[in-house]
Design a protein around this ligand. Structure first.
Ligand code: 3PY
Ligand code: MG
Length: 264
């Protein structure tokens, strides 16, 4: 079976740079996956796409060495299994707050006797190889998101769940939960992030995190996160377009960006 290089890199302590896709486009997904990133996550929670677009995006990502991951909208085993059948190698699940929920996520990602994933590997066979079913359990990653107050309180129990391959921190929902809003500074949620990273490192569970940009990702890596997501596709596209417009308008005297500029 094709190996999961996210898993092998994390096991040897190497950084994983993960792209995050919110634009429902296979062309965009293909371009991003050829950018040199180690993995690409299709975001079905907040991204503008559904299963069919996600399938085409995962197919496009498969044309590159980057490993296809998804973030699902919630803890829905049927949807998780369907996306695994589409060939993704890891499932990031938001709002996991308890060890029981983490165990349900792990079970959805594993064939019996270790879980309750239903047989029907479909595209898993095309991407992973003919021996997909025999090796899927040790290849596919179950990744609970830590982004609630309860998850922080129960982090040791969540980390102790067998089969949790990595945790992924959602700093924005955590800021809502602990600081009451998403503006800066975020004293409580930042302290919680440090606690969570420490607890995970103690147990040898790798930590991933969503970041605003490359600079933020560098800082998170220095804090102990080994998978970092330096912003999403829409942010990169619109920031780079706005910068081009600014540069152009600054060189043409009397021209200013239109009223709509920076409206996002
Ligand atoms: C969060 O920061 O809450 C996220 O879910 C990032 O995508
Ligand atoms: Mg979140």
């Amino acid at each position: 079976m094709r190996s999961n290089t996210v898993k092998t890199r994390l096991a040897s302590g190497e950084i994983v740079v993960n792209a995050w896709l919110s634009i429902g486009s296979s062309y965009s997904a293909e371009g991003v996956s050829h950018s040199g990133v180690h993995s690409v996550t299709v975001d079905l929670q907040h991204g503008m796409m559904g299963f069919s677009e996600a399938l085409h995006m995962v197919q496009a990502i498969s044309s590159s060495p980057a490993i296809p991951l998804v973030r699902v909208p919630d803890l829905n085993p049927a949807e998780i299994m369907h996306l695994l059948d589409a060939g993704v190698y890891g499932v990031i699940c938001p709002m996991i707050s308890t060890p029981e929920q983490a165990a349900e996520l792990v079970a959805a990602c594993r064939y019996p006797p270790f879980g309750n994933r239903s047989f029907g590997p479909s595209r898993g066979l095309l991407y992973g190889g003919k021996d997909y079913v025999a090796h899927a359990n040790e290849t596919v990653m179950a990744i609970p998101m830590i982004e609630t107050a309860e998850a922080v309180e129960r982090i040791d129990a969540i980390l102790a769940v067998e089969g949790v391959d990595m945790i992924y921190i959602g700093p924005n929902d955590l800021a809502f939960a602990l600081d009451g809003n998403v503006s800066f500074p975020r004293p409580r949620s930042e302290a919680a992030i440090k606690t969570v990273i420490q607890a995970a490192r103690k147990r040898g569970v790798p930590v991933g995190i969503f970041c605003a940009d490359a600079e933020d990702a560098q800082a998170r890596h220095a804090q102990g996160c080994t998978l970092v997501t330096p912003g999403n596709d829409f942010g990169h596209l619109t920031r780079s377009m706005a910068a081009a417009v600014d540069t152009l308008c600054a060189t043409l005297s009397g021209n200013t960006p239109s009223q709509a500029a920076h409206g996002y």
